[in-house]
Ligand binder design. Structure first.
Ligand SMILES: Nc1ncnc2c1ncn2[C@@H]1O[C@H](COP(=O)(O)OP(=O)(O)OP(=O)(O)O)[C@@H](O)[C@H]1O
Length: 515
């Protein structure tokens, strides 16, 4: 449930205050959920122990009630020590949560295939191992400290228990000497006291185990409650199947735990069937409105509207079901090419092939041994590896596969050269917008594309371009108008052409003509 919550609200993962929760997230499923069975086992043992104690108590009670009271007193110190030991163990697990999470992360980074090239190239294994050892040393120190404290408490408990046992036997002797209890009964009582003490101490240990496991299980229950509290109630408003206009009105946004506004009163208008491009320098705030549009973040101020409906009134899951979002850091799922495109929504062959063709995957899939059914993970038998650019086409196909009115591409083409990206988006635009696509290959309904790119020649395809600078929209309009303004856009465009354009070719020609 915790992970679902984190997936539901990516902003949680951006909030440093979330990380103690991350510790819970790591601890709760392994320690908390697993403790449910241990609580049940310990409870059964407690019931069995109580039955044993009841038998001994019956015998002692019949011999002399004082013996029964003394037996309970004799077992109390050991019981107290066990409870204290349990609490100490629980506190240490809490204390070590962050270290343990760091250790797991380092462990994965050292062994992961994705990190292996950099680990080797930079010779980072020693450094990472040293980091791992440092965390392990902290953990070891804490565990040793715990063991020492627990041993101290146990020794103290046992000492008091031995003392109390001495008092019980002394009392029994006195009862014998003063003739309160005859010799035969005293012998039986001595035996019963011995058995009773052992049973009672074992019972205390079981109770303490039950108590400790109960603490972890309470952790789990608390975390579930928290997750439920933070999961929003589905809004009654359904997302309309399409829209005429999406508007961002004076939208401002700061990431959690930050007072820096990364978006400052941003206004945008996105019409059905348009291509909208967001451009600007690194960190200017292009991805952030895309994430807000994609329904992954909520604006701090003002709103996004689908036609007349604020998105806050639409069920977030229903809204996201209307959007195909291809993020910068897309996922390379260890699944087949088909499953990577379908993302859990299997609808037969035709839409997969159409999305793959639109993303330029045709020749790539033709070379795979099982076509779309080839596993794209070399860690498993028969798995194949794709190049960075080919993986990007898979991610784009995943977005295109969705039968949705809004497609958002957040720079998913960085691994492609400028010409390939331009050609891809020219083709995608033709298909999804129905502009000059081969007959029968255009989408039934024109869709809307929001494209974030550093490649100005791709931005040039857009009907409207928004230029961002430090979280503000500083220019907007169509390519020709922006070039005529001779502002930031024109500067970025000329710079891009100077760096990327080949001496001849479509990209340069179109850019030069327009510029
Ligand atoms: N998850 C996050 N948590 C906190 N701050 C963030 C987060 N993502 C982005 N930022 C900050 O928000 C600002 C805008 O980031 P954004 O990713 O929107 O820019 P961008 O224009 O898309 O950048 P780039 O071109 O480098 O991808 C940056 O200053 C960045 O530091």
């Amino acid at each position: 449930m915790g992970r679902e919550e984190a997936a539901e609200f990516p902003e949680l993962a951006d909030d440093p205050a979330w990380y103690p929760r991350e510790d819970e997230l790591s601890r709760v499923p392994f320690r908390g959920a697993a403790s449910a069975g241990a609580v049940v086992d310990a409870t059964v043992d407690v019931v069995a122990g109580l039955a044993g104690i009841a038998a001994v108590a019956g015998v002692l009670g019949m011999l002399h009630p004082l013996l029964l009271a003394l037996l309970v007193v004799a077992a109390l110190p050991a019981g107290w020590a066990e409870v204290l030991v349990a609490r100490m163990g629980y506190a240490t697990v809490h204390l070590l949560s962050t270290s343990l999470r760091r250790k797991w992360i380092l462990n994965e980074l050292m062994a992961d295939r994705a990190t292996a090239p950099e680990v080797r190239s930079y010779g980072m294994s020693r450094f990472l191992l040293a980091q791992f050892s440092a965390v392990t040393r902290v953990e070891q120190g804490e565990r040793l400290r715990l063991a020492r404290r627990q041993t101290g408490v146990r020794v103290l408990g046992e000492a008091f228990a031995a003392l109390s046992a001495g008092v019980v036997y002394l009392t029994l002797g006195l009862l014998l000497v003063f003739g309160v209890v005859p010799l035969a009964e005293a012998a039986t009582a001595a035996l019963a006291v011995g058995v009773g003490r052992t049973t009672l101490i074992a019972l205390m240990r079981t109770v303490s185990r039950c108590y400790e496991e109960g603490l972890y299980f309470t952790d789990y229950l608390d975390f579930c409650t928290l997750a439920r509290e933070r999961t929003p109630e589905p809004s009654p408003g359904a997302a309309s199947p399409a829209f005429d206009t999406i508007t961002l009105r004076d939208v401002s946004f700061s990431y959690p735990a930050s007072d820096v506004a990364v978006l400052d009163r941003v206004n945008m208008e996105i019409k059905r069937g348009e291509i909208i491009a967001l451009v600007g320098e690194n960190g200017s705030g292009k991805s952030t409105p895309a994430r807000i549009l994609a329904g992954l973040y909520r604006p701090d101020r003002d709103e996004v509207r689908w036609d007349d409906v604020p998105t806050t009134e639409i069920d977030p899951a229903a809204l996201r079901a209307r959007i195909g979002y291809v993020p910068q850091d897309y996922t390379r799922w260890p699944l087949t090419a088909r499953q990577n495109i379908e993302a859990g929504d299997a609808r037969g062959d035709a839409p997969v092939i159409a999305a793959g063709a639109a993303a330029g995957l045709g020749p790539v899939v033709d070379r795979l041994p099982h076509g779309y059914d080839t596993l794209l993970d070399r860690r498993f038998a028969g798995g194949q590896e794709l190049s960075g650019g080919q993986w990007q086409r898979i991610a784009i196909a995943r977005g295109l596969y969705r039968d949705v009115p809004l497609l958002i591409f957040d720079e998913p083409t960085a691994a492609m050269d400028a010409r390939a990206e331009h050609a891809l988006f020219a083709d995608v635009s033709a298909r999804v917008l129905g502009r000059g696509a081969p007959a029968g290959e255009e989408d039934r309904q024109p869709r809307t594309v929001v494209l974030i790119t550093h490649r100005m020649t791709s931005a040039q395809l857009a009907d409207r371009i928004y230029v961002l600078d430090r979280g503000r929209i500083v220019e907007h309009g169509a390519h020709a108008g922006l070039m005529a303004q001779d502002g930031l856009y024109a500067e970025l465009f000329r710079l891009h052409l100077a760096v990327y354009a080949a001496p001849s070719g479509a990209v340069e020609e179109s850019g030069a003509a327009a510029g």
